[in-house]
Design a protein around this ligand. Structure first.
Ligand SMILES: C[S@@+](CC[C@H](N)C(=O)[O-])C[C@H]1O[C@@H](n2cnc3c(N)ncnc32)[C@H](O)[C@@H]1O
Length: 231
């Protein structure tokens, strides 16, 4: 079978190249991980795990069991392939489950992690509804759009968490680490578009992401909150 046009230049499919861009932000996942109290082989739930880029990093950093949940079966299938390729099926699991319907027993996890997903349920509601899944003293790490940080800090306290720390990823970081390389990648594809409709759709979504950033770069700032269940 011949190669798809657009696949030759980079020798990797578009989704793999896009994952590589997402991986450039993993240094911040690691930074947040190091801000938590360190537990031996923590059991971690990654909510809205996508294709598992932060999830696999959490497995590497913690060496414990990690469960990722998401509702997009296409990305979960990609994640499952990565788990199988790494031979870590016993350590890392991916389930199709909505973040509105999480039904693990109370106090199942040492750590709850959510990057780019809590806005779906709302910051405060997510903190309230997911708290019971954490063992007392367990840690929650949320990577969310910046919004009103002062408000969010108050909500954390009201919902029974102690703040361990937080840090911002500003416009400059997002531009340097993600959007500038994404722009370059998309420009390469524009000159030689693939024919596969799935790849075309992936490219369209990435272009939409970039256009949103260009329209409002400041609005793309995000924040990592690291907190602990108080009681
Ligand atoms: C911005 S992506 C982040 C993916 C991954 N956490 C990362 O940082 O690379 C948000 C993810 O949340 C998932 N998501 C959206 N609504 C959801 C829901 N109701 N339940 C579970 N996951 C959901 C999406 O499918 C998507 O994979």
């Amino acid at each position: 079978m011949g190669k798809q046009p657009g696949a030759e230049r980079n020798h990797e499919p578009f989704d793999v190249l896009k994952d590589q861009l997402r991986s450039r932000l993993l240094k911040y996942t690691e930074k947040a991980f190091r801000m938590m109290p360190q537990t031996d082989k923590p059991k971690i739930l990654d909510i809205g795990c996508g294709s598992g880029i932060p999830t696999l990093e959490l497995a590497r950093l913690g060496q414990g069991e990690v469960i990722g949940i998401d509702i997009d079966q296409t990305v979960l299938d990609k994640f499952a392939e990565k788990i199988a390729a790494a031979g870590i099926n016993k350590q890392v699991k991916a389930f199709n489950c909505s973040l509105f319907d999480i039904d693990f027993p109370e106090e199942s996890f040492d750590v709850i992690w959510a990057e780019g997903a809590i806005h779906t349920i709302g910051f405060e509601r997510g903190l309230r509804e997911w708290r019971w899944l954490l063992k007392p003293g367990g840690a929650m790490v949320i990577h969310d759009e910046q919004g009103d940080v002062k408000d969010k800090l108050e909500q954390m306290s009201d919902c029974g968490y102690e703040l361990l720390g937080y840090f911002l990823l500003g416009e400059g970081t997002w531009r340097r680490e993600y959007f500038a390389p994404l722009e370059k990648l998309l420009a390469e594809y524009q000159t030689n578009m693939p024919v596969n409709p799935k790849v075309i759709e992936e490219i369209r979504q990435a272009q939409e992401e970039l256009d949103m950033f260009r329209k409002n770069p400041e609005g793309n700032s995000s924040v990592f909150f690291v907190m602990r269940r108080k009681y």
